[in-house]
Design a protein around this ligand. Structure first.
Ligand SMILES: CC(=O)SCCNC(=O)CCNC(=O)[C@H](O)C(C)(C)COP(=O)(O)OP(=O)(O)OC[C@H]1O[C@@H](n2cnc3c(N)ncnc32)[C@H](O)[C@@H]1OP(=O)(O)O
Ligand SMILES: O=CC(=O)O
Ligand SMILES: [Mg+2]
Length: 724
């Protein structure tokens, strides 16, 4: 239960207060008294504007609901578009402009590469993510389905040499594409050595080869005639051939190659939003503590792995001898962004002068920038931003006024923390329909500090369903992925990013691969995001980052973007194609499948969120494929079920029955977890089950279809019960 400290007219939760005063403020150059008085002023000034924007969301949604109901027998597209313009949903477009963001780190401005996302409340995972700048390609291949288990290549519990051979063959074929030898293959190499500042590779027939592009050789470890590592670079990304003829793997390799390290997550998003469950000050402090540890470089996590106690720290930088005998130092860690929460929620961590919870987005903005200031002041062991910037990702904003609000907030935070103007950079999630349609205006509102746009297609799909809830029954969830609106939204995002000058200054990013176990499919499909114009795309794990990194070697992202610049067209009319089903004559089996799949995902995710405070989980779907579920995927499933219920495709009884059935399935899936509290058979006693029900039965009433109001309420209810 919260104990509050009175600071001016604010009531600040004791735990948060103590963390800020004793850990976050010292050495930040910001004085305690001034900090709290500025905090209060900022809240007084900007809470009303925040509330106003949320009211505007409601007004717009009500107008849309009414319009769709009034046009239930059909409408002309131009009439619809005219209505959207009239209510300000479609904004008048700003004149052409280019962004002017400065002091942007190389990894964002110039280097195309994977972007890893991690729930920052989990120190073990967050450290792993920050360290995922380099990863073992052999491990990523061996441990995933990229290498098939056919012909004796099963994963098994001990090392399988047949599988090992396939891994090595795959990796060397990759080397032949990324850093080819003149007229030969890395498969034929028997030694790698450095002669006259060049990489010289001897083949089994005794002949010698050089790299087809010798300048790709960047450095080495060990002696030139007997190196233990060779550093290469392709498309700006590094890879390291590790040599050790004594190593169990190196021993079996003609050239003693024991592994190939690949530069993987060039950037990482430390997530305070959809992948965490932070409902009160206690949770927020856990999130902030980890972030401070990451910014100062002293975060550690100790845990038992495979029967051994392990303590994880941040990785140091990597140093190599250059071909001419000098030194090259590479960053050992991924460049970190911090994703704040959006404008919607309030937090009980601080109460204002009226005793009301304050906007969580404002608290996140102030506190996370304060934490990141330690990086700028070089108070820690390592440097995150060499360019002196703080990178904040702002999710779930609707239209340019909301982005402008974030911009003003960041101005105020900079003033409050003694930071130069535009030190705080912003990554804008393009994940709400009103932002997609007005993206150029949104970018304009932050043109001096924007460092990315990203198609968060998961939230965006949830918003698509909720926005047009009254328009009719939506197509099936799986069909959304190939629908017109989604395809044009993705294209439009790239077009607008290119048009407003993001190349060389900011990232054009694409969304999450939400099937962490289907890495082979990822390898087949995720390169498509780069061909479509992105220079970064989200991955759910370090392993996925190492594998996705190969796409950046195979595809010349910069050339692709430049080519796409030649064909920029307006996609608004296609984006406005509402995904209402043309026909609703799905058979019983199809309806059943849709319901069960959604219900299983919802329950499987919500039970861990509400009962255990876990914000991101791998939950099996009805085909038993583990899917990454977070609040955005929950938004889709719950809104989809609400939509079908609302339009009579399914009945309340059918939904209740499905929920009860799937709750048992989820209980069984969690049977091995001793901490797990089953939902069946006392469904009415399970707070988690009730949360899942609310999300569906009250889904049409949730603000923009968001799941956080219900999740927070139910999690707090559970925490209070546990406290009593
Ligand atoms: C729509 C959106 O907003 S998407 C953004 C939000 N989503 C995310 O952030 C996804 C983050 N990913 C995750 O949380 C996890 O990968 C999950 C929940 C999907 C799967 O987690 P698990 O079932 O524990 O994964 P699994 O057992 O396969 O792997 C665990 C190992 O991988 C590591 N790992 C998994 N995901 C990550 C990650 N994102 N970052 C760093 N390490 C990770 C863990 O540290 C662990 O390794 P360790 O034992 O050495 O510490
Ligand atoms: O935040 C990402 C999304 O897809 O939503
Ligand atoms: Mg999102």
């Amino acid at each position: 239960m919260s104990q509050y400290v009175d600071i001016g007219n604010l009531k600040v939760d004791q735990a948060l207060y103590e963390f800020i005063v004793s850990e976050a403020l010292p050495e930040s150059g910001v004085a305690d008294g001034q900090f709290w008085s500025d905090f209060e002023t900022l809240l007084n000034e900007w809470t009303p504007a925040n509330r106003f924007l949320l009211e505007e969301r409601k007004t717009i949604q009500n107008q849309l609901d009414t319009w769709y109901r009034d046009h239930s027998t059909g409408y002309e597209f131009e009439e619809y578009k005219g209505f959207l313009e009239e209510i300000g949903y479609l904004e008048p477009k700003v004149d052409d402009f280019k962004i002017t963001s400065e002091n942007v780190d190389h990894e964002i401005a110039h280097q195309a590469g994977p972007q890893l996302v991690v729930p920052v409340d989990n120190a073990r995972y967050a450290l792993n993510a920050a360290n995922a700048r380099f990863g073992s390609l052999y491990d990523a291949l061996y441990g995933t389905d990229v290498i098939s288990e056919e012909d004796g290549a099963e994963r098994g519990s001990s090392y399988n040499p047949v599988r090992g051979e396939k891994v090595v063959a795959y990796a060397k074929e990759f080397l032949d594409r990324a850093v080819p030898l003149t007229g030969s293959s890395h498969k034929d190499a028997v030694t790698y050595k450095v002669t006259d500042e060049n990489l010289v590779v001897t083949l089994s027939d005794g002949s010698e080869r050089k790299l087809a592009e010798p300048e790709k050789f960047k450095g080495y470890h060990g002696l030139p005639e007997d190196p233990s590592a060779i550093l290469l670079e392709n498309h700006g990304l590094h890879l390291e051939i590790q040599l050790d003829p004594e190593h169990p793997i190196g021993k079996g390799d003609p050239a003693g190659v024991k592994d190939i390290l690949v530069e993987s997550a060039t950037t990482t998003i430390m997530d305070c939003e959809d992948s965490v469950a932070a409902v009160d000050a206690e949770d927020k402090v856990r999130v902030y503590k980890n972030l401070l540890g990451l910014m100062k470089g002293d975060l550690t996590a100790s845990f038992n792995k495979g029967g051994r106690e392990v303590t994880r720290h941040l990785q140091p930088d990597r140093s190599y001898t250059t071909p001419d005998g000098g030194e090259i130092v590479l960053k050992g860690r991924s460049l970190m962004f911090i994703r704040n929460v959006g404008h919607l929620m309030t937090t009980p961590a601080i109460l204002d002068r009226n005793g009301e919870e304050v906007p969580e987005g404002i608290v996140d903005g102030i506190v996370t920038c304060l934490l990141a200031k330690h990086d700028l002041l070089q108070n820690g062991k390592y440097q995150n931003s060499d360019a002196g910037s703080i990178y904040i990702v702002k999710p779930k904003m609707h239209g340019s006024k909301e982005v402008a609000f974030a911009n003003t907030l960041f101005n105020r935070i900079e003033d409050m923390l003694g930071l130069d103007r535009y030190t705080v950079k912003i990554g804008v999630m393009d994940e709400e329909r009103r932002t997609t349609l007005n993206l150029k205006n949104c970018i304009h509102a932050v043109k001096e500090r924007i460092v990315f746009i990203n198609t968060g297609f998961l939230d965006r799909t949830g918003d698509e369903i909720h926005t047009s809830m009254e328009a009719g029954a939506m197509i099936r969830k799986q069909e959304m992925k190939t629908s017109t609106w989604l395809h044009s939204y993705e294209q439009s995002n790239v077009n607008v990013g290119l048009e407003t000058g993001l190349i060389g200054k900011a990232q054009i990013g694409k969304g999450m691969w939400a099937m962490p176990e289907l890495m082979n499919n990822m390898m087949e499909q995720k390169g498509g995001q780069l061909k479509a114009g992105a220079n970064t795309a989200w991955v759910p794990s370090p392993t996925a980052a190492s594998l996705h990194a190969l796409h950046y070697h195979d595809i010349n992202v910069k050339a692709t973007q430049e080519k796409l610049m030649e064909n920029i067209t307006d996609k608004i009319d296609e984006i406005l194609q509402v995904p209402v089903a043309a026909s609703t004559d799905w058979n019983e089996q199809e309806i059943h499948e849709e319901l069960e799949n959604n219900a299983q995902g919802i329950l499987g995710y919500v039970v861990r969120w509400v009962n255990h405070g876990v914000g991101c989980s791998k939950v099996p779907d009805i085909n038993n494929i583990g899917l990454m579920e977070d609040r955005a995927t929950l938004r889709i499933s719950s809104q989809h079920m609400s939509n079908w219920l609302h339009h009579g495709i399914v009945t309340k009884e059918q939904v209740e029955k499905t929920l009860r059935k799937m709750a048992k399935v989820v209980d069984e899936q969690n049977a091995d977890d001793t901490q797990y509290r089953p939902m069946a058979p006392d469904y009415d006693q399970s707070i988690a089950y009730k949360a899942a029900r609310d999300l569906i039965f009250d889904g049409t009433k949730q603000p923009n279809g968001y799941t956080e109001p219900i999740l927070h309420k139910r999690r707090r209810e559970l925490k209070e019960k546990a406290f009593i």
